[in-house]
Design a protein around this ligand. Structure first.
Ligand code: ADP
Length: 560
């Protein structure tokens, strides 16, 4: 039995209640404590303890300057599992060292006679073995003795941690709700904007579709008006899609089916290889396609000249291409051209015979003059011979043109040394072209497989032009080199040059440059040269700048 178990009367009456804390105070042996035996405690202290113990509200008092702590049952949970029961009757500072720096000064203030009140005061307590953030509402007021002196501190305390945490959570929640709301508002605004943009794009798309439809209609009308046939070739499946007009041009009924191989067999034999090679080249080398060829109608056996223009359109996937084009009937134009060519051919032929006789007579005359020593006649006769030679060359050109147009020209290929040919021609030029210095820089032989006469004709033509379009006395340089599997020849002059935009046109039939002035010509020399080189599967082009001379290049394949 504890020492004070029966002492519930008299001096102990202030702790005779049934509360847990009353019993704790009652049963504790106070005689060794700084407060001394319980019986000796001041009446005021006893009366305050009795008041605290009787309160259902969390309360404690801190007695004296050392602030001996006495608390009631309602206050006890605040002390957690570690501070109770040691705290009872001991200086409060000893029980709350972790917060004493914060609350100690408050007690001092109260000991000096002032009251203190705090709401939701945050304190980090170590009451259950680890630091814990807690919140309290409390009021500290002085216990005033009869003489007016402060005897201790009376405290009402409510722990508000649960409510405070709920509030903090609520605040956090409402902050995140606010943030989400903000985000929602922003994304809503973005959505509105995106929607507006989408509507604008849609509007634009509508307009584009309208324009496309319009241009499609105009294209259809134009195609119909021009009587064009249209075709598509898929580079992988080789599907050949055609319009009724195209089938008509190939002599088929509107609803008959046509496959590409059959269309090719209808091309006249002498053009077949040329057309199919050009077509394959264009399909697989991303090229454009513009060929004119004769076709024999399948059902009507009629010969039609067709011009097909096509262009490759790569699919964005990169896997296949669509080769699309139009075909038009150019039979009438072709007939006109044929008539014109026949006429040119016939006239040239008729002119050639008397010119050949004139040349022969002139050579005879030249010999006689030289025998007779009639020196004064030598120069004029030489001039006449030169003019006749020029005329012969021109007529030869027209005859060649006629031959090319009627595809009657044949290549007689042989293996020969192209550099050797250039050396030979260099010597001839020295005789024939006295107005310019002509130099050939080639040293090594370059063996090619080509028509020697035709290649000589091309070089003749290019050197003749170089002399024609550059000042007298200037130099013309010829070169012949080997590059990988081709031979390259260049003829460079210091003449009037060619504007960039004109450079491709020079090789067209009858094309004459704009800055020729009074220099005479028919615009067929380069066309013929290009035809010859193309038939050799070579290339011909010019590098030039107006006023700064030109370099004409051509290539032919090397002999294997
Ligand atoms: P022609 O000389 O009879 O006009 P060509 O077909 O030989 O016909 O040449 C076509 C055009 O190319 C010429 O009219 C000329 O404008 C231009 N041309 C050809 N060679 C040269 C050159 N070496 N320098 C400048 N222009 C040239």
């Amino acid at each position: 039995m504890m020492r004070n178990e029966n002492l519930t009367q008299g001096a102990f009456s202030f702790v005779n209640g049934s509360s847990e804390m009353a019993s704790l105070i009652r049963m504790k042996n106070w005689s060794g404590s700084p407060l001394g035996a319980l019986e000796s405690w001041p009446e005021m202290l006893k009366s305050m303890i009795a008041t605290v113990l009787a309160s259902p509200f969390p309360m404690h008092i801190c007695w004296g300057k050392q602030l001996f702590l006495f608390y009631n049952d309602a206050y006890r949970p605040i002390l957690g599992s570690t501070k109770h029961p040691v705290a009872m009757g001991n200086p409060i500072g000893d029980s709350f060292p972790e917060v004493w720096e914060q609350v100690g000064p408050l007690y001092q203030t109260v000991l000096e006679g002032q009251s203190v009140r705090h709401s939701d005061r945050e304190l980090i307590l170590n009451r259950n073995g680890s630091p814990e953030t807690c919140y309290f509402d409390f009021s500290y007021s002085p216990i005033i003795g009869r003489g007016g002196q402060v005897l201790g501190v009376m405290t009402y305390v409510v722990e508000t941690s649960v409510r405070k945490f709920a509030e903090i959570e609520k605040l956090k929640l409402s902050k995140s709700v606010y943030a989400i709301n903000e985000e929602l508002t922003t994304s809503n605004e973005e959505l509105v904007q995106a929607n507006e943009e989408l509507m604008a794009v849609q509007e634009h798309l509508k307009q584009t579709i309208n324009q496309l439809e319009e241009s499609d209609t105009s294209l259809r009308l134009a195609v119909e008006a021009a009587d064009f046939g249209i075709w598509h070739i898929h580079s992988l499946s080789r599907d050949f899609i055609t319009t009724p007009r195209l089938r008509e041009l190939f002599g088929l009924g509107h609803f008959e089916k046509i496959i590409i191989e059959q269309a090719i067999t209808q091309i006249r034999e002498d053009f077949r290889d040329y057309v199919s090679t050009t077509l394959e080249n264009a399909i697989y080398n991303n090229g454009e396609y513009d060929v004119t060829y004769p076709v024999i109608g399948l059902n009507d056996n009629k010969l039609r000249w067709l011009r097909a223009i096509g262009r490759l359109r790569a699919d964005p996937s990169g896997e296949f291409s669509d080769f699309t084009g139009v075909v038009m009937d150019v039979s009438d134009i072709k007939k006109d051209e044929e008539r014109k060519n026949d006429f040119i051919g016939m006239v040239s032929h008729e002119l050639k015979t008397p010119l050949t006789s004139i040349s022969a007579y002139l050579q005879f005359l030249e010999m006689q003059i030289s025998k007779a020593g009639a020196d004064n006649l030598q120069r004029p006769v030489a001039r006449v011979i030169m003019q006749v030679r020029k005329m012969s060359k021109m007529i030869e050109g027209f005859l060649d043109l006629a031959r090319f147009e009627s595809a009657k020209i044949q290549l007689n290929r042989e293996i020969f040394d192209l550099a050797g040919l250039c050396t030979e021609l260099e010597l001839e030029f020295a005789d024939q072209i006295g107005t310019h210095i002509i130099k050939f820089s080639g040293k090594e032989s370059v063996m090619v497989f080509a028509d020697r006469d035709k290649i000589a004709q091309v070089i003749n033509n290019l050197v003749g032009n170089a002399a024609k379009y550059s000042p007298n006395g200037s130099t013309i340089l010829m070169s012949c080199v080997r590059k990988k599997n081709i031979a390259m020849v260049s003829i460079q002059d210091q003449g009037i040059g060619v504007e960039g935009n004109e450079q491709v046109k020079l090789f067209e039939r009858y094309y004459r440059g704009e800055n020729n002035g009074t220099i005479a010509g028919f615009g067929i020399g380069l066309y013929l040269s290009a035809e010859i080189i193309n038939r050799h599967n070579g290339k011909i082009w010019v590098e030039s700048e107006a006023g700064n001379g030109s370099t004409f290049w051509f290539t032919v394949p090397l002999a294997n």
